[in-house]
Design a protein around this ligand. Structure first.
Ligand SMILES: Cc1cc2nc3c(=O)[nH]c(=O)nc-3n(C[C@H](O)[C@H](O)[C@H](O)COP(=O)(O)OP(=O)(O)OC[C@H]3O[C@@H](n4cnc5c(N)ncnc54)[C@H](O)[C@@H]3O)c2cc1C
Length: 175
C-alpha cells in the first residue's frame, strides 16, 4: 500500500492486505496503479480485465471444482495522443513525439475516435459492422487495383526500354 493510495498490481485486485474480501475488490481506470500514463485506453483495458476476473471469481464460488483464473494487466509502455483542433500530437513506443493532420487521421480518424471506441467496447451495431466491412473491402479492392496499375506501368516502361534498346542496336548495325 502506498500513501493515500492502494496498489492494484497485474490482476487489478487488492492483494495487500490479502484478505478474501479484499481480493474481490478490483480497480479500473485512473485509480489502477499501472505505473504508466493515465489514459482512456488503459481505463478500457483495466475495466475489461477486471470484469473477466470478477466473472472468473464468481464461477469459482458457484462451482467448487473450478479455481478462479485471473487475467493480468500487462505492463504498458508510456504513450499518449491528444487531439488539438484538426491535428493530433502523439508519442508512443517506437516513435518520438509527432504532430499533424496525418497523426489525427491515424489516432482519431475523422470523428475523434468515436467509431473505434464503440467498436473497442463491442457496441457497434450489425448495420455499422456491415458498413465497416464493406468499406474495408472497398479499400482493399482499391489498393489491389492501384498495385495492379503500378505493375502494368512498370511492365510498360520495361517494354519501352527493350524497344528502345532494339531500335538503337538496329541503328548501330545499319550504320
Ligand atoms: C484534460 C484531460 C485530457 C485528457 N486527454 C486524454 C486523451 O487525449 N487521451 C487519453 O487517452 N486520455 C486522456 N485523458 C485521461 C483520461 O481522461 C482518463 O485516463 C480516463 O478518463 C480515466 O477513466 P476513469 O474511468 O478511470 O475515470 P473518469 O473518466 O474520470 O471517470 C470517473 C467518473 O467517476 C465519477 N465520480 C467521481 N467520484 C464519484 C463519486 N463519489 N460517486 C459517483 N461518481 C463519482 C466522476 O464524475 C467521473 O464521471 C485526459 C485527461 C484529462 C484530465
Amino acid at each position: 500500500m502506498r500513501k493515500g493510495k492502494l496498489t492494484f498490481p497485474l490482476r487489478l485486485n487488492i492483494v495487500s492486505p490479502s484478505t478474501a474480501k479484499a481480493s474481490r475488490v478490483f480497480a479500473i481506470g485512473d485509480i489502477a496503479d499501472n505505473q504508466s500514463v493515465k489514459r482512456a485506453g488503459s481505463a478500457f483495458a483495466t475495466g475489461k480485465i477486471s470484469a473477466v476476473n470478477i466473472y472468473s471469481q464468481l464461477l469459482a464460488v458457484e462451482d467448487e471444482k473450478r479455481t478462479a483464473e485471473l487475467a493480468e494487466f500487462p505492463a504498458v509502455p508510456p504513450m499518449m495522443a491528444l487531439a488539438v483542433g484538426r491535428e493530433a500530437v502523439a508519442f508512443g513506443p517506437g516513435f518520438d513525439t509527432k504532430s499533424g493532420v496525418d497523426m489525427m487521421e491515424w489516432m482519431f480518424q475523422d470523428d475523434l475516435g468515436w467509431k473505434s471506441t464503440l467498436k473497442h467496447l463491442g457496441l457497434t451495431s450489425e448495420e455499422e459492422k456491415e458498413e465497416e466491412d464493406e468499406e474495408a473491402k472497398k479499400k482493399e479492392e482499391e489498393s489491389a487495383k492501384a498495385a495492379k496499375a503500378e505493375e502494368a506501368k512498370k511492365d510498360e516502361i520495361a517494354d519501352l526500354k527493350v524497344q528502345e534498346l532494339s531500335v538503337s542496336s538496329e541503328t548501330t548495325v545499319a550504320a
